[in-house]
Design a protein. Sequence first.
Length: 402
Amino acid sequence: MSAQERRSVGSLALLYCFRMLGLFMVLPLLALYAADLPGSTPALIGLALGMYGLTQALLQIPLGWLSDQIGRKPVIIAGLLMFALGSVIAALSDSIGGIILGRTLQGAGAIASTVMALVADLTREEQRTKAMAAVGMSIGLSFAVALVLGPVVASFGGLPLVFWFTAVLAFVGIAIVVLLVPSPPRGAAIEHAETGPRLGLVGRVLGNSVLLRLDFGVFVLHFILTASFLVVPGLLEQSYGVGREQHWMVYLPVLLLSLLGMVPLMIVAERGGRLQQMFLLGIAFVFAAIATVDFTSSAMLFYGGLWLFFVGFNYLEATLPSLLSKAVSADGKGTAMGVYSTCQFMGAFAGGAGGGWLLQHLGETTLIVVCLALAAAWWLVVWRAPLPKQAKPASSSPLAGV
């Protein structure tokens, strides 16, 4: 990469990291702290946890289109201001309804597709895969940091302080956009608008069985992740005596060790040519972890199950976008990634809102069984069909135009 490209990618990865950090920090906290709010129920807590995913899913493509028309930076700054507004409303709220409204507005700042488009504007085509990978790594980093930082910040001021902190992160993100992110060349957005998602292309993406399997997979993965955080924080506090202020002491070693645990999977998959087997193993890890965490009464097995879950989750989360990039030719990647991201955020919404409803009306065991059933269905889908290999050039690929 050139110096300009490194600056562009580094600043946008930093922006994405701060943005996602603000969203992820709430995950390990909401089920605990929101339970003390007036009118709170498991269903409403789940809705608050997942609501950002619904507005994220609905607005990614419209805001991406708007950025083609008026420019990337204005849309990103407006999205960050919306995120800050949602954070402030949630911080000032003394009811679960206010938290739901705040989370809805947080998600309405749906800038992921616009940030990725700006990455494309500021990098050459031959460097674009590296650039997207760098931004993707920032998401994984922000997730790990958020699970640790969220409980630490909450220990000083509860959930309101966490939301105030996320509002500050939004303004830091605006400063990064204004001061660090280079402006794209004139006409770059128009160029991408002309070659961007087309109705026929979207139809072919939605009709492609390989891509649909990947979309189903990311939906299931984020359904399970969000639903798990309706249960795990309470188990830590009530069953294993870990005060909510000390939850970071559990998440930190579990996450660090999970990164070590996923390395062998990646090595065997890439160097040993066993991608299919390792992918199935990752899903099996998530399945086994869900069953272990909920049905064990042993602290050691519980912590081991948490570790196993994050080994599987981190490996699958890192592998799915790579598989999608192999399944499509270059001219269809943007559209395929837009549909993929929509399914990801819809999974988070369904895991929160649907998981909360199941928890309230049918109980924790039913919620866990649903998660296990989804994981098992995903495993069977992958087992019955091979994972995608590198797509051929657009002119000769069976997925040409997709």
